[in-house]
Design a binder for this molecule. Structure first.
Ligand SMILES: *Cc1c(COP(=O)(O)O)cnc(C)c1O
Length: 430
């Protein structure tokens, strides 16, 4: 049962050639202890490691595999595209189809530019907001993640009006000065920050539902209040829907909460598993991008034909499945109820947050509505829970601060297996 010899050997070898043995830090399992498993393949709801262990998948490439792994329609589209060469660096008809589909699905997006990752999308959107407004400051929220662009790697100052500090070496103080970080779900702090930087705030960027500090929902009226402040102060409101786009609804979180941002950033699901991102929004703002406008942004591989084929096939699958989001919500609610029942039976007071197919089990007895709340979790206990789940064949995101991603391949029977594993794991660690 659960031998991980090959993974351990590969991890050792990987560290000789790749910093930390991984190409993205969270994969190293640092937050939960132990070594990462090395993946060989995946199909539907299951992922297999190099030792041949089978796991039920709740990472799903951090979101993109919303239909489950190795979806045949998407793979067919990719195979077809590959036959016509892998890249041109020139316009293709497929890019129009893709852009049109995105504009139809997300009403606030009138024009869209394709890029290669979520990071590129948010960096570009912020540059555009600055260029468009002629202002320099950006307001972001504690615990929200917008990729690894310099402007976002800024820790909060001690108050809304104090300057931020770089939270990674390599980010300059100059960059930090232009980013203001305020707590999630506290509209007064946004007001304060805007007033303290009157006529100098270019953009407010937010995950409308946070997924990168665990799943945290916006308070009632919060997104509307942000919209109002941005309207009255001439600030560009950016919804970073890299995670929530095409996950919470066809129109993302903005479709669920009915608040329209000026710009939206997309990634993850939009590539169907290929490296893709996009940013789009109001025509008037998007036409500020080169070559029509003065704000420069480019990409050799942007709109890549294989990536567009995968992404477009994914969006087609999503639009043709009428009950996708209600099915996903139903199965995730089943998980929530089952895990909650297990907690109740053991007398454990932990907190579950869920919306649609995003769900987090926080190891704290308090409500979690912001990053301060999420940080109250018992991280050691989460690590133990994670490893117990892995032993029982459930592959969770290796961090308390990540949402679980439920795919369409999770059947009720598999949900029961996850619940059972959760109950056993909770018992094992208490
Ligand atoms: C994943 C993520 C990003 C970064 O996307 P990458 O493709 O990893 O660069 C940005 N914003 C949010 C909300 C994300 O979840």
């Amino acid at each position: 049962m659960h031998q991980i010899t090959k993974s351990n050997n590969l991890f050792e070898e990987a560290q000789n050639y790749i910093p930390g043995g991984v190409n993205s830090p969270v994969r190293a399992f640092k937050a939960v202890g132990g070594n990462p498993i090395f993946i060989k393949k995946a199909k539907g709801a299951f992922i297999y490691d190099e030792d041949g262990n089978e796991y039920i998948e709740l990472i799903n490439s951090w979101g993109p595999m919303i239909l489950g792994h190795a979806n045949e329609k998407i793979e067919e589209a990719v195979h077809e595209a590959v036959k016509g060469s892998l890249s041109f660096g020139a316009p293709t008809a497929k890019e129009i189809e893709m852009a049109k589909t995105i504009c139809e699905m997300v009403p606030s997006i009138e024009k869209v530019r394709m890029v290669n990752s979520g990071t590129e999308a948010t960096m570009s959107a912020v540059r555009l907001a600055r260029g468009y407004t002629g202002r320099s400051k950006v307001i972001k929220f504690e615990g929200c993640y917008h990729g690894h662009g310099d402007s976002f790697l800024i820790a909060a100052g001690s108050g809304a009006i104090t300057l931020g500090e770089p939270n990674s070496p390599g980010v300059t103080k100059g960059t930090a000065r232009d980013t203001i970080t305020v707590p999630f779900n506290d509209i007064n702090k946004v007001h304060e920050a805007v007033m303290a930087n009157k006529d100098n705030v270019a953009a407010v960027i937010i995950e409308p539902v946070a997924g990168n500090m665990g799943c945290i929902l916006p308070n009632q009226g919060y997104l509307e209040a942000l919209r109002k402040i941005c309207d009255s102060e001439g600030i560009v409101l950016i919804f970073d829907e890299v995670m929530t786009g095409f996950r919470l609804s066809k129109a993302g979180a903005q479709g669920v909460f009915n608040v329209q941002p000026d710009l939206t950033t997309l990634g993850k699901i939009i590539g169907g598993g290929m490296p893709v991102g996009a940013y789009g929004g109001k025509k008037e703002i998007m036409d500020f991008v080169a070559p029509v406008g003065p704000v420069y942004q480019a990409g050799t591989l942007s709109g890549n034909p294989v990536a567009m084929a995968a992404g477009h096939a994914m969006l087609n699958e999503i639009t043709s499945d009428e009950s996708l989001y209600s099915d996903l919500a139903l199965i995730t609610a089943k998980l929530e109820n089952g895990i909650q029942a297990g907690l109740d039976e053991l007398g454990l007071p932990y907190t579950i947050n869920r919306i649609g197919s995003m769900i987090s089990l926080f190891f704290t007895s308090e409500k979690v509505t912001d990053f301060e709340g999420a940080k109250k979790c018992d991280l050691k206990l989460f690590g133990q829970y994670f490893r117990e789940m892995l032993k029982r064949g459930v592959y969770l995101p290796p961090s308390q601060f990540e949402s679980w991603f439920i795919s369409k391949s999770i059947t009720p029977a598999l949900a029961d297996r996850i619940i059972e594993a959760s109950n056993e794991s909770l018992k094992a660690i208490h």
